[in-house]
Design a protein around this ligand. Structure first.
Ligand code: HEM
Length: 126
């Protein structure tokens, strides 16, 4: 089915905003020892999963096929980031200590996903 390209680009835009929220909140608090922004990270990871899935659907609708291995790896990493942020947020609300591993897991997985998104097709080995 032929959709106007602006529809795909609009979802890419929201996908990049989700990435900025998720990766940005990690970079901002990377050296912090408390007050981790888990709620923002939950929003960011959720936006990535929803808009990413829509982008995959739009790719199939246009008659193309996405790189399924790349998408699977990104989906697993985004899900891991979401789970880590939810677990961290629950512990934070209960006032539990040792939240940093959850924050770094969520941010680290998101950052790896960003590297994969940009460099997967870069043919670094050639
Ligand atoms: C933390 C998680 C994620 C990050 C940081 C991320 C980041 C990005 C970035 C930066 C781009 C643009 C890349 C480029 O054009 O060179 C992109 C595109 C894309 N992402 Fe993600 N992504 C994430 C999760 C996901 C998930 C979970 C899916 C699918 C379920 C997905 C599907 C896509 C698709 C299909 C595109 C291509 C859009 C297009 O150019 O038409 N992403 N992503």
């Amino acid at each position: 089915m032929d959709l106007p390209p602006v529809i795909n680009e609009a979802f890419v835009l929201v996908h990049l905003v989700g990435m900025a929220i998720l990766v940005g909140s990690f970079i901002l608090k990377m050296r912090a020892k408390s007050d981790f922004p888990f709620t923002l990270m939950i929003w960011g990871a959720s936006i990535q999963l929803v808009t990413g899935t829509i982008l995959v659907g739009l790719t199939y609708m246009s008659g193309d096929a996405p790189d399924n291995l790349k998408i699977t790896v990104k989906a697993l990493l985004a899900t891991g980031a979401l789970v880590a942020a939810i677990l961290g947020s629950k512990r934070q609300k209960k006032g539990e200590p040792r939240l940093q591993p959850f924050f770094h897991a969520a941010g680290g997985l998101a950052f790896i996903s960003l590297i994969i998104a940009v460099l997967w097709d870069a043919e670094l080995y050639v």
